[in-house]
Design a protein around this ligand. Structure first.
Ligand SMILES: *Cc1c(COP(=O)(O)O)cnc(C)c1O
Length: 383
């Protein structure tokens, strides 16, 4: 093919046809892990890599965290653990927060994955597996300290601790619980849950405690235990919305303009005609919508940025596109193929989440499959 015959210069030659560019800074991820490790000390910092490392790609994220010194990884589903197991070996541990479904015990034990036992039935099944193998199997034991989600009730915990055969064949790696209100510094539930966890710790003396998530790491009080479990803070989310975000941003998102137009006053804009131009307006359509993780709740609420200038979302967010009000820009500024910022220097992940009426967790884990993902500051490839 003769390239000289074409007068095309792609600003991003490597996009594989994608209109959205999702940049993931693995250097910032490693930096965030180091920051959280310092914060956690003398406890250790694990990494929660569930939901494909909060949507960023667990297969890229895990090696970076291993290189940064992380040795404990948590996923939510057993299927995720099976997928990541080949990456996490040697002296590193891999825990399954949601525990095991009946029938998964054999595969779990074979793979050397550590289940979080959340109830007596799971304890019994894991003991059976250990007895069958005539060996001891590792496990984490979770208590419900006040969230009513996963974990043994305190009654079950007391009964289990009182039974000399209660944990026969099980080597408890950690005991753990999860905070319901860790993102609210002053919430009374934090202290109440801590009190219950401290009682649980006296029932299983000598077993390392794991309690704090990202938010818990920044609470005042004795929340750290021996092993903290940050997730969102690793990926640049603010662990504690009441303070300035101490984490480095990891994610940037830029989306291409696929059409611009000018409309006279009175023109209906987008599905349902929910917005009608009250003056002559200029519009740009960008090639990402709710199927790409930009929630429909951003309709006429959120914005994109161009060189620091706010470009409000005009009308409803569509499945594959969003209309922006670019009247603030001189005519001709934005052209076909130019990219506007959704997450980046001028708009944080937290801001877009707030505009959408949700949290950074939901935005990250919804990031669509249609973006071109670019991993920056990746580890040097070893020979
Ligand atoms: C998701 C999760 C975490 C991580 O929480 P972040 O708020 O993202 O730090 C820790 N522990 C448990 C049990 C979880 O489910």
């Amino acid at each position: 093919m003769n390239d000289t015959m074409r007068n095309v210069t792609a600003a991003y030659p490597d996009t594989l046809g994608a209109a959205g560019l999702l940049t993931i800074d693995l250097g910032a991820l490693a930096e965030n892990y180091r920051l959280l490790s310092v914060k956690a000390a003398p406890a250790r910092a694990a990494a929660v890599v569930k939901a494909d490392a909060y949507g960023l790609g667990a297969e890229k994220v895990v090696p970076v965290l291993l290189a940064a010194g992380c040795r404990d990884f948590f996923v939510a589903h057993f299927s995720e653990a099976l997928k990541l197991r080949p990456l996490i070996s040697g002296d590193a541990r891999l825990f399954v927060l949601n525990g095991l479904l009946p029938g998964d015990e054999e595969t779990c034990a074979d793979a050397g994955i550590i289940p979080v036992l959340n109830g007596m039935e799971q304890v019994a099944r894991w003991k059976e597996e250990a007895a069958f193998r005539e060996t001891t199997l590792p496990a984490a034991l979770q208590f419900d300290t006040g969230m009513s989600r996963l974990g043994l009730s305190m009654d079950d915990a007391r009964a289990l601790a009182a039974d000399p055969q209660g944990l026969e064949g099980i080597a408890l790696e950690i005991i753990m619980s999860h905070l319901a209100c860790a993102d609210e510094q002053e919430h009374a539930a934090n202290g109440a849950q801590l009190g219950v966890m401290q009682e649980a710790a006296t029932l299983f003396p000598g077993v390392p405690v794991s309690f704090a998530n990202s938010g818990g790491l920044f609470l005042t009080g004795d929340f750290k235990g021996a092993l903290c479990r940050p997730g969102i803070a690793l990926y640049g989310g603010n662990p504690s919305p009441d303070m300035e975000n101490p984490m480095k941003p990891v994610v940037a998102l830029d989306v291409a303009v696929v059409q611009t137009r000018s409309v006279p006053a009175g023109t209906a804009i987008g599905y349902g005609g929910t917005l009608v131009a009250d003056k002559p307006m200029r519009l740009a359509v960008i090639s990402a919508g709710y199927a790409d993780g930009l929630p429909r709740s951003l309709s006429s609420r959120g914005a994109a940025y161009w060189n620091g200038i706010r470009l409000p979302i005009a009308g409803r967010v569509s499945m594959d596109s969003i209309i922006l009000d670019i009247t603030a820009l001189p005519e001709g500024t934005l052209k076909l193929g130019d990219r506007v910022e959704i997450i980046g220097q001028h708009q944080t992940l937290e801001q877009i989440a707030a505009d959408a009426g949700t949290i950074s967790y939901e935005i990250l884990t919804s990031l669509g499959a249609r973006y071109r993902r670019v991993y920056r500051n990746a580890l040097p490839v070893s020979a």
